[in-house]
Design a protein around this ligand. Structure first.
Ligand code: SF4
Length: 349
């Protein structure tokens, strides 16, 4: 059955044939706790006959989400500890996140910001809050890069997106704008000439970081949306979350990275899954992740190699999970050195 609008409730998912009747109550309980949205493009991609469907696993609510482990946390990568003004996360000296909107076209079941996004989430920045966020960037000449994230900034209308980018145009020390999005894959029809024109409004160098986790996400429509961005002159990089039951297989990862490259997207980040609440069923151990990445190293071209990244819980920043900064500490745990030289045990006790 092809959906015409996004599916947001258990009843809509059951009616569309994506969730079996026996799982309606569980799906409703999950939807009562975390946001749910499945776009028509994703609904069409799910094979309801396949209980192991890697697309379904990413987007359909699962009763396992109702279990929160003690080490899981509402703000797993510590955004709030580094948020000097609403909408800004300033974790590293030369760059900030600008979170203008906390809405997404889909809600990924493993989302690291699942407590912040969705209809009940942190919402959209008011114009006063946007003024304060832009002023924060303008007053700090060390900020070289602004990363638009959220939520998914490409859910904003081209007019609103243009307004934000025009504000950044006036800040001479910002040279690069990076936009993190899942839209080209999950809602490809949003990518058109109006959107690409809006993205150019800053006059800065624009990178688009495309989030995709499985080669099946690259439908013809998704490929056309990505080509539209590439043809418009944006540099494209990838981000993928390493997820149990979705892409925890060297062959799938190799195919995914090749698919990015074939579509002019340079593999950039492969994220170790974060300690977001109710996501234990997606998490591999670091040892498993390191073995998968080692298998990828010899298997595909250097062009296809992403950086395997752990976001250190508590807001201590990113570390390459297969580097000398991550050492075995016994008992299945690792000692992790952050970019300031501090050490942390992962997973935390
Ligand atoms: S698109 Fe990104 S922010 Fe939105 S639900 Fe998915 S992972 Fe979270």
């Amino acid at each position: 059955m092809t959906a015409e609008k996004s599916l947001r409730t258990a009843d809509e998912l059951v009616a569309a044939g994506l969730v079996p009747e026996a799982r309606r109550a569980d799906a409703a309980a999950v939807a009562g706790r975390y946001a749910v949205a499945v776009t028509p493009a994703i609904a069409a991609l799910i094979d309801p006959a396949d209980a192991e469907d890697p697309v379904a696993r990413q987007f359909l609510p699962d009763a396992a989400e109702l279990v929160t482990l003690p080490e899981e946390r509402a703000d797993p990568i510590g955004d709030l500890a580094h948020s000097p003004v609403e909408g800004i996360v300033h974790r590293y000296p030369d760059r900030v996140l600008l979170k203008a909107v906390h809405v997404c076209p889909v809600y990924c079941r493993f989302c690291f910001r699942r407590e912040m996004v969705g209809p009940e989430g942190l919402g959209t920045l008011s114009s006063e809050a946007l003024d304060a966020a832009v002023a924060y960037v303008a007053e700090r000449p060390e900020i070289w890069e602004v990363i638009l994230t959220g939520g998914d900034p490409l859910v904003l209308s081209p007019r609103r997106l243009r307004e934000i980018l025009e504000r950044l145009a006036a800040i001479a020390h910002v040279k690069v704008v990076r936009v993190h999005t899942r839209v080209p894959v999950v809602d490809p029809e949003r990518v058109d000439a109006d959107l690409t024109a809006a993205l150019k409004a800053s006059g800065k160098t624009v990178y688009v970081a495309l989030h995709a986790n499985h080669p099946r996400e690259f439908t013809d429509a998704a490929r056309a949306a990505i080509a539209c961005l590439a043809d418009a002159g944006f540099a494209l990089v990838s981000q993928t979350v390493l997820l149990k039951g979705v892409n925890d297989d060297a062959g799938v990862l190799a195919a995914l990275m090749r698919t990015f490259v074939e579509n002019r997207v340079k593999p950039y980040y492969l994220h170790h899954p974060d300690l977001a609440p109710g996501t234990a069923h997606f998490r591999l151990t670091l040892a498993e992740g390191r073995a998968l990445v080692a298998a990828l190293r010899g298997r595909v071209s250097g062009l296809c190699q992403p950086a395997y990244i752990l976001d250190i819980p508590g807001g201590h920043g990113k570390v390459r999970a297969d580097s000398a900064a991550v050492e075995e500490a016994g008992d299945g745990r690792f000692r992790v050195r952050d970019f300031r030289g501090g050490t942390h045990i992962y997973p935390p006790k």
